[in-house]
Design a protein around this ligand. Sequence first.
Ligand SMILES: *Cc1c(COP(=O)(O)O)cnc(C)c1O
Length: 334
Amino acid sequence: MPNPNAPAAPLLPSPDDVIAAARLLSALVHHTPTLTSRSLDEETGARFFFKCENLQRTGAFKFRGACNAVHHLTPGQRAAGVITFSSGNHAQAIALACGMQDIPATIVMPSDAPAGKLQATRGYGAQVVLYDRYADDREHITRALMAQHGQTFIPPYDHPHIIAGQGTAAAELFGDVGQLDALFVPVGGGGLIAGSALATRALSADCRVYGAEPATGDDARRSLHTGQIVHIEPPRTIADGAQTQHVGRHPFAIIQREVTDILAVTDQELIDCMRFFAQRMKLLVEPTGCLGLAAALGMQGALRGQRIGVIISGGNVDLERFSALVSQGTPLNE
Ligand SMILES: *Cc1c(COP(=O)(O)O)cnc(C)c1O
Protein backbone atom coordinates (compact mmCIF):
# COMPACT_ATOMS: atom_id res chain seq x y z
CA MET A 1 0.00 0.00 0.00
CA PRO A 2 1.42 3.43 -0.86
CA ASN A 3 2.45 5.13 2.33
CA PRO A 4 0.98 8.65 2.31
CA ASN A 5 4.09 9.93 4.10
CA ALA A 6 6.54 8.32 1.67
CA PRO A 7 9.09 10.67 0.11
CA ALA A 8 8.96 11.18 -3.66
CA ALA A 9 12.26 9.38 -4.22
CA PRO A 10 13.15 6.26 -2.28
CA LEU A 11 15.39 6.88 0.71
CA LEU A 12 17.70 3.92 0.38
CA PRO A 13 19.38 2.04 3.21
CA SER A 14 23.16 1.63 3.02
CA PRO A 15 25.49 -1.28 3.83
CA ASP A 16 26.19 0.46 7.16
CA ASP A 17 22.47 0.39 7.98
CA VAL A 18 22.53 -3.41 7.64
CA ILE A 19 25.55 -3.67 9.93
CA ALA A 20 23.82 -1.41 12.48
CA ALA A 21 20.65 -3.50 12.24
CA ALA A 22 22.66 -6.70 12.77
CA ARG A 23 24.10 -5.27 15.98
CA LEU A 24 20.66 -4.20 17.17
CA LEU A 25 18.92 -7.46 16.26
CA SER A 26 21.54 -9.74 17.82
CA ALA A 27 19.62 -9.55 21.11
CA LEU A 28 16.19 -10.10 19.54
CA VAL A 29 16.45 -12.68 16.75
CA HIS A 30 17.94 -16.17 16.57
CA HIS A 31 21.44 -16.32 15.10
CA THR A 32 20.37 -19.17 12.82
CA PRO A 33 22.78 -21.97 11.93
CA THR A 34 24.65 -22.29 8.65
CA LEU A 35 24.57 -25.91 7.48
CA THR A 36 26.55 -27.76 4.82
CA SER A 37 26.11 -30.99 2.84
CA ARG A 38 29.18 -33.00 2.01
CA SER A 39 27.27 -35.15 -0.48
CA LEU A 40 25.92 -32.10 -2.34
CA ASP A 41 29.42 -30.62 -2.44
CA GLU A 42 30.78 -33.86 -3.89
CA GLU A 43 28.07 -34.00 -6.54
CA THR A 44 28.42 -30.38 -7.61
CA GLY A 45 32.12 -29.73 -7.09
CA ALA A 46 31.18 -26.53 -5.21
CA ARG A 47 31.02 -25.74 -1.49
CA PHE A 48 27.50 -24.85 -0.34
CA PHE A 49 26.63 -22.91 2.83
CA PHE A 50 22.93 -22.84 3.75
CA LYS A 51 21.68 -20.03 5.98
CA CYS A 52 18.72 -21.60 7.78
CA GLU A 53 16.10 -18.90 8.24
CA ASN A 54 13.48 -21.65 8.34
CA LEU A 55 14.77 -21.97 11.92
CA GLN A 56 14.27 -18.24 12.65
CA ARG A 57 11.59 -17.16 15.15
CA THR A 58 8.16 -17.27 13.44
CA GLY A 59 9.71 -19.64 10.86
CA ALA A 60 11.04 -17.08 8.38
CA PHE A 61 13.55 -14.22 7.96
CA LYS A 62 10.69 -11.67 7.99
CA PHE A 63 10.99 -11.43 11.77
CA ARG A 64 14.31 -9.59 11.19
CA GLY A 65 12.83 -6.75 9.13
CA ALA A 66 9.81 -6.50 11.41
CA CYS A 67 12.00 -6.15 14.53
CA ASN A 68 14.16 -3.50 12.88
CA ALA A 69 11.18 -1.47 11.68
CA VAL A 70 9.43 -1.68 15.05
CA HIS A 71 12.62 -0.61 16.83
CA HIS A 72 12.70 2.64 14.84
CA LEU A 73 9.16 3.73 15.82
CA THR A 74 8.82 6.91 17.89
CA PRO A 75 7.18 6.72 21.35
CA GLY A 76 4.00 8.23 19.87
CA GLN A 77 3.92 5.65 17.08
CA ARG A 78 4.44 2.84 19.59
CA ALA A 79 1.49 4.02 21.65
CA ALA A 80 -0.83 4.20 18.61
CA GLY A 81 0.31 0.79 17.37
CA VAL A 82 1.20 -0.85 14.08
CA ILE A 83 -0.97 -2.13 11.25
CA THR A 84 -0.25 -4.29 8.22
CA PHE A 85 -1.99 -6.70 5.88
CA SER A 86 -0.59 -10.09 4.99
CA SER A 87 -1.69 -13.67 4.68
CA GLY A 88 1.88 -14.86 4.93
CA ASN A 89 5.02 -14.69 7.02
CA HIS A 90 5.03 -10.89 7.43
CA ALA A 91 1.84 -11.09 9.53
CA GLN A 92 3.35 -13.34 12.17
CA ALA A 93 6.63 -11.42 12.08
CA ILE A 94 4.92 -8.08 12.84
CA ALA A 95 2.66 -9.71 15.42
CA LEU A 96 5.59 -11.16 17.40
CA ALA A 97 7.90 -8.14 16.95
CA CYS A 98 5.15 -5.90 18.37
CA GLY A 99 4.09 -8.41 21.02
CA MET A 100 7.64 -8.55 22.40
CA GLN A 101 7.62 -4.80 22.95
CA ASP A 102 3.99 -4.44 24.11
CA ILE A 103 3.07 -2.47 21.01
CA PRO A 104 -0.51 -3.02 19.80
CA ALA A 105 -0.56 -4.72 16.38
CA THR A 106 -3.48 -5.00 13.97
CA ILE A 107 -3.16 -7.50 11.11
CA VAL A 108 -5.68 -7.40 8.26
CA MET A 109 -5.96 -10.98 6.99
CA PRO A 110 -8.23 -12.81 4.51
CA SER A 111 -10.98 -14.81 6.24
CA ASP A 112 -9.89 -17.93 4.33
CA ALA A 113 -6.26 -17.77 5.55
CA PRO A 114 -5.10 -21.12 6.99
CA ALA A 115 -6.47 -21.59 10.52
CA GLY A 116 -2.95 -22.21 11.83
CA LYS A 117 -1.75 -18.82 10.56
CA LEU A 118 -4.71 -16.97 12.09
CA GLN A 119 -4.12 -18.78 15.36
CA ALA A 120 -0.38 -18.06 15.38
CA THR A 121 -0.94 -14.37 14.63
CA ARG A 122 -3.48 -14.04 17.45
CA GLY A 123 -1.24 -16.12 19.71
CA TYR A 124 1.52 -13.51 19.39
CA GLY A 125 -0.96 -10.97 20.77
CA ALA A 126 -2.06 -9.21 17.58
CA GLN A 127 -5.61 -8.18 16.81
CA VAL A 128 -6.70 -9.86 13.57
CA VAL A 129 -9.22 -8.06 11.34
CA LEU A 130 -10.69 -10.44 8.76
CA TYR A 131 -11.80 -9.48 5.25
CA ASP A 132 -13.35 -11.33 2.35
CA ARG A 133 -10.65 -11.53 -0.32
CA TYR A 134 -13.24 -11.69 -3.12
CA ALA A 135 -15.52 -8.87 -1.91
CA ASP A 136 -13.39 -6.45 0.14
CA ASP A 137 -10.41 -4.21 -0.60
CA ARG A 138 -7.81 -4.75 2.11
CA GLU A 139 -6.17 -1.40 1.42
CA HIS A 140 -9.45 0.44 2.02
CA ILE A 141 -10.00 -1.48 5.24
CA THR A 142 -6.47 -0.71 6.39
CA ARG A 143 -6.79 2.99 5.53
CA ALA A 144 -10.10 3.27 7.38
CA LEU A 145 -8.57 1.70 10.50
CA MET A 146 -5.55 4.03 10.27
CA ALA A 147 -7.84 7.08 9.98
CA GLN A 148 -9.70 5.93 13.08
CA HIS A 149 -6.82 4.78 15.31
CA GLY A 150 -3.66 6.39 13.89
CA GLN A 151 -1.58 3.21 13.61
CA THR A 152 1.66 3.18 11.60
CA PHE A 153 1.61 0.98 8.50
CA ILE A 154 4.64 -1.31 8.14
CA PRO A 155 4.82 -2.83 4.64
CA PRO A 156 6.38 -6.24 3.95
CA TYR A 157 9.30 -5.13 1.74
CA ASP A 158 9.15 -1.57 0.37
CA HIS A 159 10.71 0.17 3.37
CA PRO A 160 14.33 1.08 4.29
CA HIS A 161 14.19 -0.40 7.82
CA ILE A 162 12.61 -3.62 6.54
CA ILE A 163 15.33 -3.99 3.89
CA ALA A 164 18.14 -3.32 6.38
CA GLY A 165 16.64 -5.85 8.83
CA GLN A 166 16.28 -8.57 6.18
CA GLY A 167 19.94 -8.05 5.23
CA THR A 168 21.09 -9.19 8.66
CA ALA A 169 20.65 -12.88 7.73
CA ALA A 170 23.31 -12.54 5.03
CA ALA A 171 25.45 -10.45 7.39
CA GLU A 172 25.42 -13.34 9.91
CA LEU A 173 26.24 -15.79 7.12
CA PHE A 174 29.36 -13.86 6.04
CA GLY A 175 30.31 -13.44 9.69
CA ASP A 176 30.15 -17.21 10.19
CA VAL A 177 31.76 -18.54 7.00
CA GLY A 178 33.76 -15.62 5.58
CA GLN A 179 33.80 -14.46 1.98
CA LEU A 180 31.80 -16.22 -0.72
CA ASP A 181 31.86 -16.28 -4.53
CA ALA A 182 28.10 -16.22 -5.04
CA LEU A 183 24.96 -15.82 -2.93
CA PHE A 184 21.51 -17.11 -3.98
CA VAL A 185 18.43 -15.40 -2.53
CA PRO A 186 14.65 -15.85 -3.05
CA VAL A 187 12.83 -12.81 -4.48
CA GLY A 188 9.24 -11.74 -3.89
CA GLY A 189 8.90 -8.00 -3.35
CA GLY A 190 12.69 -7.74 -3.17
CA GLY A 191 13.29 -6.78 0.46
CA LEU A 192 15.36 -9.85 1.28
CA ILE A 193 17.61 -9.66 -1.75
CA ALA A 194 18.10 -5.89 -1.45
CA GLY A 195 19.21 -6.25 2.17
CA SER A 196 21.33 -9.28 1.32
CA ALA A 197 23.07 -7.34 -1.46
CA LEU A 198 23.88 -4.49 0.93
CA ALA A 199 25.30 -6.98 3.46
CA THR A 200 27.36 -8.49 0.66
CA ARG A 201 28.88 -5.13 -0.30
CA ALA A 202 29.89 -4.57 3.32
CA LEU A 203 31.29 -8.02 4.08
CA SER A 204 32.22 -9.86 0.86
CA ALA A 205 32.45 -7.10 -1.73
CA ASP A 206 33.27 -9.27 -4.76
CA CYS A 207 30.57 -11.89 -4.16
CA ARG A 208 27.99 -12.13 -6.96
CA VAL A 209 24.36 -11.89 -5.81
CA TYR A 210 21.68 -13.87 -7.67
CA GLY A 211 17.95 -13.63 -7.13
CA ALA A 212 15.60 -16.58 -7.65
CA GLU A 213 11.90 -16.37 -8.42
CA PRO A 214 9.15 -18.63 -9.80
CA ALA A 215 9.25 -19.07 -13.59
CA THR A 216 5.52 -18.27 -13.80
CA GLY A 217 6.10 -14.93 -12.04
CA ASP A 218 9.45 -13.69 -13.30
CA ASP A 219 8.60 -10.00 -12.94
CA ALA A 220 11.77 -9.17 -11.00
CA ARG A 221 13.94 -10.69 -13.72
CA ARG A 222 12.11 -8.76 -16.41
CA SER A 223 12.30 -5.61 -14.31
CA LEU A 224 16.07 -5.97 -13.92
CA HIS A 225 16.55 -6.65 -17.63
CA THR A 226 14.31 -3.78 -18.83
CA GLY A 227 15.21 -1.21 -16.17
CA GLN A 228 11.51 -0.63 -15.30
CA ILE A 229 9.40 -2.24 -12.56
CA VAL A 230 7.22 -4.79 -14.38
CA HIS A 231 3.72 -5.51 -12.98
CA ILE A 232 2.15 -8.96 -13.50
CA GLU A 233 -1.05 -10.83 -12.58
CA PRO A 234 -0.76 -12.97 -9.41
CA PRO A 235 1.39 -15.90 -10.63
CA ARG A 236 0.35 -19.53 -10.26
CA THR A 237 3.10 -21.22 -8.30
CA ILE A 238 3.57 -23.27 -5.14
CA ALA A 239 6.02 -20.57 -3.95
CA ASP A 240 3.35 -18.58 -2.10
CA GLY A 241 5.92 -16.24 -0.49
CA ALA A 242 6.94 -15.04 -3.96
CA GLN A 243 3.50 -14.46 -5.48
CA THR A 244 4.05 -10.72 -5.46
CA GLN A 245 2.92 -8.80 -8.55
CA HIS A 246 5.89 -6.43 -8.66
CA VAL A 247 9.03 -5.56 -6.71
CA GLY A 248 9.10 -2.50 -4.45
CA ARG A 249 10.65 0.82 -5.46
CA HIS A 250 13.25 0.81 -2.69
CA PRO A 251 14.35 -2.78 -3.32
CA PHE A 252 14.44 -2.24 -7.07
CA ALA A 253 16.84 0.69 -6.83
CA ILE A 254 19.24 -1.54 -4.87
CA ILE A 255 18.65 -4.59 -7.09
CA GLN A 256 19.53 -2.54 -10.18
CA ARG A 257 22.77 -1.39 -8.60
CA GLU A 258 23.93 -4.59 -6.84
CA VAL A 259 22.35 -7.77 -8.22
CA THR A 260 24.18 -9.82 -10.86
CA ASP A 261 21.09 -11.54 -12.27
CA ILE A 262 17.72 -13.01 -11.36
CA LEU A 263 16.99 -16.62 -12.30
CA ALA A 264 13.68 -18.41 -12.82
CA VAL A 265 12.81 -21.72 -11.21
CA THR A 266 9.98 -24.20 -11.93
CA ASP A 267 7.64 -25.64 -9.29
CA GLN A 268 9.02 -29.10 -10.02
CA GLU A 269 12.54 -27.89 -9.21
CA LEU A 270 11.22 -26.46 -5.92
CA ILE A 271 9.61 -29.81 -5.03
CA ASP A 272 12.85 -31.65 -5.76
CA CYS A 273 14.68 -29.24 -3.43
CA MET A 274 12.05 -29.72 -0.67
CA ARG A 275 12.78 -33.45 -0.91
CA PHE A 276 16.53 -32.83 -0.85
CA PHE A 277 16.33 -30.64 2.26
CA ALA A 278 14.05 -33.09 4.09
CA GLN A 279 15.83 -36.30 3.18
CA ARG A 280 19.47 -35.27 3.16
CA MET A 281 19.62 -32.33 5.55
CA LYS A 282 16.63 -33.09 7.82
CA LEU A 283 15.23 -29.63 7.19
CA LEU A 284 11.58 -28.68 6.70
CA VAL A 285 11.60 -25.93 4.06
CA GLU A 286 8.58 -24.23 2.51
CA PRO A 287 8.41 -24.06 -1.31
CA THR A 288 9.51 -20.39 -1.45
CA GLY A 289 12.47 -21.21 0.79
CA CYS A 290 13.80 -23.57 -1.89
CA LEU A 291 14.16 -20.92 -4.61
CA GLY A 292 17.84 -20.18 -3.89
CA LEU A 293 19.06 -23.79 -4.06
CA ALA A 294 16.94 -24.52 -7.13
CA ALA A 295 18.47 -21.54 -8.94
CA ALA A 296 21.99 -22.54 -7.92
CA LEU A 297 21.48 -26.12 -9.15
CA GLY A 298 20.25 -24.69 -12.44
CA MET A 299 23.66 -23.10 -13.10
CA GLN A 300 25.69 -25.80 -11.43
CA GLY A 301 28.43 -26.19 -14.03
CA ALA A 302 29.34 -22.53 -13.66
CA LEU A 303 29.77 -22.87 -9.88
CA ARG A 304 32.49 -25.58 -9.78
CA GLY A 305 35.24 -24.85 -7.30
CA GLN A 306 33.34 -21.91 -5.77
CA ARG A 307 32.01 -21.09 -2.31
CA ILE A 308 28.24 -20.66 -2.61
CA GLY A 309 25.84 -19.15 -0.06
CA VAL A 310 22.13 -20.03 -0.20
CA ILE A 311 19.49 -18.36 1.94
CA ILE A 312 16.76 -20.78 3.01
CA SER A 313 14.15 -18.09 3.61
CA GLY A 314 11.43 -19.95 5.52
CA GLY A 315 9.91 -23.19 6.72
CA ASN A 316 6.22 -22.43 7.16
CA VAL A 317 4.29 -25.13 5.33
CA ASP A 318 1.72 -27.33 6.99
CA LEU A 319 2.51 -31.02 7.04
CA GLU A 320 -0.42 -32.10 4.86
CA ARG A 321 0.67 -29.71 2.11
CA PHE A 322 4.32 -30.66 2.57
CA SER A 323 3.64 -34.38 2.20
CA ALA A 324 1.32 -33.82 -0.77
CA LEU A 325 4.06 -31.82 -2.53
CA VAL A 326 7.03 -34.07 -1.79
CA SER A 327 5.08 -37.15 -2.92
CA GLN A 328 5.05 -35.54 -6.41
CA GLY A 329 8.84 -35.19 -6.40
CA THR A 330 11.41 -37.01 -8.42
CA PRO A 331 14.34 -38.46 -6.47
CA LEU A 332 17.40 -36.21 -6.50
CA ASN A 333 20.06 -38.90 -6.77
CA GLU A 334 18.75 -40.48 -3.59
C1 LIG B 1 8.46 -12.97 2.01
C2 LIG B 1 9.22 -14.19 1.67
C3 LIG B 1 10.11 -14.22 0.57
C4 LIG B 1 10.30 -13.05 -0.35
O1 LIG B 1 10.87 -11.93 0.32
P1 LIG B 1 10.81 -10.47 -0.31
O2 LIG B 1 11.48 -9.59 0.67
O3 LIG B 1 9.35 -10.14 -0.49
O4 LIG B 1 11.48 -10.54 -1.64
C5 LIG B 1 10.84 -15.38 0.35
N1 LIG B 1 10.69 -16.47 1.13
C6 LIG B 1 9.85 -16.48 2.20
C7 LIG B 1 9.75 -17.72 3.01
C8 LIG B 1 9.09 -15.34 2.50
O5 LIG B 1 8.25 -15.36 3.55
